[in-house]
Design a protein around this ligand. Structure first.
Ligand SMILES: Cc1ncc(COP(=O)(O)O)c(C=O)c1O
Length: 451
């Protein structure tokens, strides 16, 4: 049963009460002004207030191989000693200050919920939401906070009204969280999901664009693809594909679970209509955080999945309507603010350069080592900075990843979709080239004693 301490609407229920969809009236109706509550706290919070002191002390990196700087970055995390975590593509690791923002949020809720809940919400609306929008090149009322990419991808597929026979054009590279919502819609509403096969790795950007161009037809209503694939870490030419869709009057929907925070993102420049991402991977935000971007002009055509906080009315635009899940974990959003400050404080271009240093090193080693085969493209325009996938002779990828974990405390992922048998190595700013070497040494050892 809902208690009084919910984020759902109580007295106010008409859609007109919403401004850009994030109704302030429903916060005010509890008798404490959100602004007043912030004033009680004495102003903005550390997690919403730019770069932390600890990070500021590190200064700026003198290039991607400035080991002093990057080991200082590593020092901001609380890994157990002697573990090597090369699996950011599965789940990112929040730095201590992100975890602290969440802990502090819950402690405040325990101390004075009536005041602190609205104070935090007010602070989040004033700082975290615009910062998030800015991070992906969107306007603030085009971004909805969700629990993860899966939720956002389901809103995309279920919110669009399509007729039986309408086609969704996608690929065989999609993650189940992106593909399955369309398959479910296909079963329920009779839409057709067409998956084109893109070679992995492709020879050129043009090969991908042409594969879509030759498959798009008069029944195509949606073009859906991963910006960066989960497995080989293939980087899709998102702007060219979204432009193609727009030129044909087709809606473009992008699964960016592996790209927000791994590469620079400008959704307006990309020209997508919708984009989904988790924030607990490359943005290093707390587990259970994600976003959905919906271009303003599409918002009146995309229905929310859940109604219940007075923000459902489809005749109004505003991304707030896609956020309704009832009471939501407010402190997690404080953690998003801290994570955005952390990543932006170090600088995404610096992080990309650091990841390229490590993935280049991996690729060179793989090219020089018999028994290892690169499944990721060697070309920058087709490969992501943070994910490199490798096939290892004599080993099934899942058994190999288990052996690395059990014998060497090295965590990696595996890529067994689309007929692949790859070990997925995903690095982030907390990793070091020495850890990559540790993995390569371990692989050498395991290749001498196959399964
Ligand atoms: C490409 C892609 N899309 C969607 C998802 C689903 O993300 P989540 O489980 O955070 O919803 C993942 C997860 O690995 C992914 O790699």
């Amino acid at each position: 049963m809902q208690t009084d301490a919910t984020n759902t609407n109580e007295e106010e229920t008409t859609p007109n009460d919403t401004d850009d969809g994030f109704s302030r009236r429903r916060f005010l109706s509890r008798g404490v002004s959100a602004l007043g509550a912030t004033a009680l706290l004495g102003g903005s919070e550390w997690w919403s207030n730019g770069v932390s002191e600890a990070l500021a002390q590190l200064g700026t990196p003198n290039g991607p191989n400035d080991e002093t700087f990057w080991s200082g970055v590593r020092g901001q995390f609380s890994f157990e000693p002697d573990i090597t975590y090369l699996n950011n593509g599965s789940i990112g690791v929040p730095p201590q200050e992100v975890a602290n923002a969440v802990i502090e949020g819950y402690l405040k809720m325990s101390a004075n919920p009536a005041v602190q809940e609205y104070a935090m919400i007010d602070e989040i609306e004033a700082t975290v939401r615009p910062q998030m929008a800015n991070f992906i090149g969107a306007d603030r009322d085009e971004v909805a906070f969700t629990r993860n990419a899966t939720e956002s991808l389901n809103i995309m597929a279920n919110g669009l009204e399509l007729k039986p026979g309408d086609e969704i054009l996608t690929t065989t590279h999609e993650h189940a969280a992106g593909l399955d919502p369309w398959l479910l819609k296909s079963q329920r509403d009779g839409v057709i999901v067409r998956q084109i096969r893109v070679p992995s790795p492709p020879d050129s950007v043009n090969q991908i664009v042409e594969a879509f161009r030759s498959a798009i037809n008069e029944k195509t209503r949606v073009l859906f693809f991963c910006h960066i694939t989960r497995g080989p870490g293939l980087l899709y030419p998102a702007k060219a594909l979204c432009t193609m869709a727009r030129d044909r009057g087709v809606i473009s929907a992008v699964d960016a679970a592996q790209s927000v925070g791994m590469v620079e993102m400008d959704v307006h420049d990309m020209g997508c209509d919708m984009l989904a991402s988790s924030l607990h991977k490359w943005v290093l935000a707390p587990m259970g955080t994600g976003i959905l971007y919906v271009r303003k002009s599409l918002q009146k055509k995309l229905t929310p999945l859940i109604a219940g906080s007075g923000t459902w009315d489809i005749s109004e635009s505003g991304s707030g309507r896609y956020e309704c899940v009832g009471t939501f974990p407010v402190p997690l959003r404080a953690g998003i603010g801290a994570a955005l400050n952390f990543v932006s404080g170090i600088g995404l271009p610096n992080i990309i350069a650091r990841n390229r240093l490590m993935s280049d090193h991996l690729k060179t080693h793989v090219a020089d080592t018999p028994g290892l085969r690169l499944m990721t493209s060697p070309l920058y325009e087709l490969s992501s900075p943070g994910i490199t996938t490798v096939e290892v002779d004599g080993w099934d990828a899942r058994s190999l990843s288990k052996a690395l974990q059990e014998r060497y405390s090295i965590s990696v992922g595996s890529d067994t979709g689309d007929g692949n048998n790859g070990l997925r190595i995903s690095t982030h700013l907390y990793n070091t080239p020495r850890e990559v070497d540790k993995l390569l040494d371990a692989l050498n050892g395991l290749m001498r004693s196959p399964m």
